[in-house]
Design a protein around this ligand. Sequence first.
Ligand SMILES: Cc1cc2nc3c(=O)[nH]c(=O)nc-3n(C[C@H](O)[C@H](O)[C@H](O)COP(=O)(O)OP(=O)(O)OC[C@H]3O[C@@H](n4cnc5c(N)ncnc54)[C@H](O)[C@@H]3O)c2cc1C
Length: 388
Amino acid sequence: MDHANTFDVIIAGAGPAGSSAAIHLARRGVRVLLVEQKKFPRAKLCGEFISPECQKHFEILGVAEAMSTSQPAAITETVFYSTGGHHITVPSSWFGGSAALGLSRAVMDNVLLRRAQDCGVTVLEGVSVTEPILHATEVKGVRVKENEYLAPLTIDATGRARILTKKLHRTEPKSKPKLIAFKAHLRNTRVAPNACEIYFYPEGYGGLSTVEGEISNLCFIISAKQVKRHHSNPEVVMREMVMKNRRAAYTLEQAEPVSEWLSASWERFGRQQPSPAKGLLTIGDSAAFIDPFTGSGMLMALESGELVADVIVRHQNSESVAAEYTAEYIRKFDSRLRICGWLRRAAFNPRLAGLGIAIGSASKHFTSRIARATRSPKRDPHRTLRAG
Ligand SMILES: Cc1cc2nc3c(=O)[nH]c(=O)nc-3n(C[C@H](O)[C@H](O)[C@H](O)COP(=O)(O)OP(=O)(O)OC[C@H]3O[C@@H](n4cnc5c(N)ncnc54)[C@H](O)[C@@H]3O)c2cc1C
């Protein structure tokens, strides 16, 4: 095997999880290969709400300035609207810092990937990882087209696709997607410029907020059944379902797409195995998919990228890395994932969502406790890796 094809760590997928893990590792002298199937910058289906806690991660990763010069929108509150128009407000300051950022994934992910390159990470862009290389049951690297790349540790950061993990478990039953999400950039909306507005409607919910260039980003989820009923046309779904929400009917009345619609489907929320095989770890959405109404998926991606790098740097052999990473992952993320599981029932049921909003608007203390419970109660990004 050519020495140029061997690394300390291989990471598949350059979303916020993969790129942040790569940056942390490279800055600690680890030789990293990062493989990304798309050429960046690229649009990505997402609410594009970057939770305030991400700012601390951006500072540690050395990308805070690049993010702010991209002129993100400052989002000071998230407002949850029931179908009938009642609402509760969650100030961004409850999560630390004054504002969340509204920045497109095209920009954010590109900034992180270029930073990884600057830190010495070997990046392959526009090529897909096809499968893990297995020696007995141990993952020893990945196949990328006809090439083989080897490393004692491989990280699956391919998002909800979980490419490497799925290839290991070929027998994983395929279920029909129950939920579909759509996203587009729009102009002529009436969304409050400093707010991320969340709308509940039958069989789904959606978010509307501002990104750089004063464009609005609409991202919504709905049952696959409703999508089929509306001929899989996102604009029809928006008009017929999302706009059943009274506030959305107002903010989206004159909205016009300025990008193509992106769509994605998936089967489940929640946690998967942090280490599905010897030599393989998972981070970001590959490890766990948290409900988008929390606006914290990218935060979890950055947190798990930091955690995996920290564990790898502290432990030398791949077996103790796997055990330690799994234990720390569960400790850090399981409680918020469990709470989101309870809240999810209300998110897809407008009556329950309306009731939750009524209770929440009667008690700021209650709302604040629930909102904070969707994050880590003891989070301190300076605890582990620091700029080096
Ligand atoms: C509808 C919806 C709305 C959301 N809104 C928000 C929000 O507002 N705020 C928030 O914080 N989070 C939000 N999220 C969650 C957020 O998008 C994810 O948590 C986050 O993108 C996870 O980052 P990641 O790096 O794990 O995966 P991803 O961002 O999905 O990145 C994975 C990368 O892997 C690459 N890849 C895939 N397969 C291969 C392969 N075979 N070879 C090489 N590369 C590959 C992909 O191209 C991609 O670049 C939302 C999610 C959904 C579904």
